[in-house]
Structures are given as structure tokens and as C-alpha cells.
Design a protein around this ligand. Structure first.
Ligand code: NDP
Length: 274
């Protein structure tokens, strides 16, 4: 019997997960299928239950807007999932229970540290945004032991809320855009959806330290406003395509116990997007 995997979301047509996981399966000679499933907004639980009722159904990726519902459905939750309050990877365990994990944070950190060669330990990191994507990565960022982690957001109370949730795991503070000190940021990560809207968060000139790095979790557009701004501040820059592929690689590892090489696929998908 061929093992079945899928990504569930709404909408789902844009998802690159089938492309990525089929490439991983081919590279590691795994006999599996990976499809994209569109779930009705009020039908997520039924779709998941049906998928795992089939003995061949082994694992699911979950994307917007169902990550919180997937968390609720998970019978066993990893620390990463609990911190994020959201699940992007579901697995049917040998004991029949549904395991929920969140690989977004690891995907981001692996892209920054291994693919891009950036150091996070001891650095002053500023994260922009306070939505689901940011909540999904703060725990893993804190585990890298930065000197300081700041969260800033258009709606300040949401940044404060995240700082309160994550204070138990490390040195984290909410900051207003206007309170970011000059030359105080070594690494800036845009986890807001501003880039998708063609907008730039209100970041002042000169907040970046020398040799700063700037990462936008968004990808797919050549001229992301945040990265354009970061370039004018002399920062080393990257978009979030590597994060997408690394979070997928971690899901694949959870399901199949195999580590995949990601560099070639990253280059291929980047070329396809261009
Ligand atoms: P949410 O809708 O949950 O959160 C959006 C956040 O962006 C909020 O903090 C919101 O602020 C802020 N925001 C929206 N518009 C603006 C603006 N014009 N200026 C400043 N801030 C703004 O979205 P997600 O957290 O799910 O996604 C955020 C980004 O992360 C997206 O670009 C998404 O594509 C990307 N992402 C990338 C992944 C990858 O693998 N590379 C994985 C997951 C997400 P407010 O609270 O004030 O509304």
C-alpha cells in the first residue's frame, strides 16, 4: 500500500508543498503520494478524520486558515506546537493517536543559520509582526539564545501579548516602532504581511547595526518593499523561500525519518518563481 500525504488549506491552489514533497520523495526513493486538498471553511475536522481513517493516510501539512484547528485536533502536541498555538504538521502515530507539530520556526532558523550562514546566538533580533507566522517562530528563535529578542507590530497590544506568552522561554520584549534605538538591531525579520500588500512597516532609517542581516518571511516577488528598504540600510538580505523549503524538510523528517538535501530544490524553485 502506498502511503498518502497531503496539504490541507483554503485556498490551496497556490501551495508549493506538493511540488516540494514529491521532490523529496523522489530524491529519497520513498513510495508515497502527496496531494493538495481544499477543505471547506467549516469542514476541516471531517476532512482530517476521513484522511486518517484510510489506513494509507500517514501525514498532513496544514496551512491557512486551519493551523489553530489542527492544534485543537492534535491528541499529542510538541512543545513547538504548544508555543505556537498552531500545528502545521500532523502525523498518525503507531499508537493510533494524532501527533501535532509546528516546523515553521525550525524552517526559519535552519534557513538563516545553515543555508545563509547567519549567527543568531548573542545577536539583537527584531521581529516585525505579531500574527500566526511570528508566533510560530518565536520559541525556536529564543532557543538560539539571542542577546535580545524584540517584537514590534502595527497593533502594539498584539506584540505585548506575544512577549507575555514567550517570556518564560527567554529574553523577549515588545517594542513600539518609534522606540527602536539607532543601530540597535543585528538581525531584523519581517513576519508581517506588509510585503504581500506592497507596503513597508514604519521602520526608521539607521536602526540597523553594522553588518546587519534582514529576512523577509514573504517570498515570490523580486521587489519586496522590506528587502528593498533593508538594502538601502546596507543589510545582507534574504526572502523566505528557504524557510518554506526547510519547514517542509522538517515535516518530511517527522514522517519518514529521513533528512533531505534542500539546496538544489531551493535553486530550482527560485528559478521557477523568477
Ligand atoms: P497574519 O494575518 O496572522 O498576521 C499579519 C501581521 O502582519 C499582523 O501582525 C499585522 O499587524 C501585520 N501587518 C499587516 N499589514 C501590515 C502593514 N501594512 N504594515 C505593517 N504590518 C502589517 O499573517 P501571518 O502571520 O500568517 O503571515 C505573515 C507573513 O508571513 C506573510 O507574508 C506570509 O506569507 C509569511 N509566511 C511565510 C512562511 C514561509 O514559510 N516562508 C510561513 C508562514 C508565513 P496587525 O496586528 O496590526 O494587524
Amino acid at each position: 500500500m502506498t502511503d498518502r500525504y497531503a496539504v490541507i488549506g483554503n485556498p490551496i491552489g497556490h501551495s508549493r508543498s506538493p511540488r516540494i514533497h514529491r521532490a523529496f520523495a523522489l530524491a529519497t526513493q520513498q513510495d508515497l503520494t502527496y496531494e493538495a486538498i481544499l477543505s471547506p471553511l467549516d469542514g476541516f475536522r471531517a476532512i482530517v478524520t476521513e484522511f486518517f481513517a484510510d489506513e494509507a493516510g500517514k501525514g498532513l501539512n496544514i496551512t491557512l486558515p486551519f493551523k489553530e484547528q489542527a492544534y485543537e485536533l492534535s491528541q499529542v502536541k510538541s512543545l513547538r506546537a504548544t508555543q505556537a498555538g498552531a500545528v502545521n504538521t500532523l502525523m498518525k502515530g503507531k499508537d493510533g493517536r494524532l501527533y501535532g507539530d509546528n516546523t515553521d520556526g525550525l524552517g526559519l532558523v535552519r534557513d538563516m543559520t545553515q543555508n545563509l550562514g547567519w549567527t543568531l546566538e548573542g545577536k539583537r533580533i527584531l521581529v516585525v509582526g505579531a500574527g500566526g507566522a511570528v508566533r510560530g517562530v518565536l520559541g525556536t528563535l529564543l532557543a538560539q539564545k539571542p542577546a535580545q529578542l524584540w517584537v514590534t507590530n502595527r497593533t502594539h497590544s498584539k506584540a505585548q501579548n506575544l512577549a507575555n506568552i514567550f517570556r518564560a522561554y527567554g529574553n523577549i520584549e515588545a517594542l513600539r516602532f518609534s522606540d527602536i534605538a539607532p543601530q540597535s538591531v543585528d538581525i531584523i525579520i519581517n513576519g508581517s504581511s506588509s510585503s504581500l500588500l506592497g507596503e513597508l512597516p514604519p521602520l526608521a532609517e539607521g536602526i540597523l547595526a553594522q553588518d546587519a542581516c534582514a529576512y523577509d518571511m514573504a517570498y515570490g516577488k523580486a521587489d519586496l518593499p522590506f528587502l528593498t528598504w533593508a538594502k538601502t540600510q546596507q543589510a545582507t538580505i534574504s526572502d523566505g523561500l528557504g524557510m518554506l523549503i526547510e519547514q517542509a524538510a522538517e515535516s518530511f523528517f517527522i514522517w519518514r525519518g529521513l533528512r533531505v538535501q534542500t539546496a538544489e530544490l531551493l535553486a530550482e524553485i527560485r528559478a521557477e518563481l523568477a
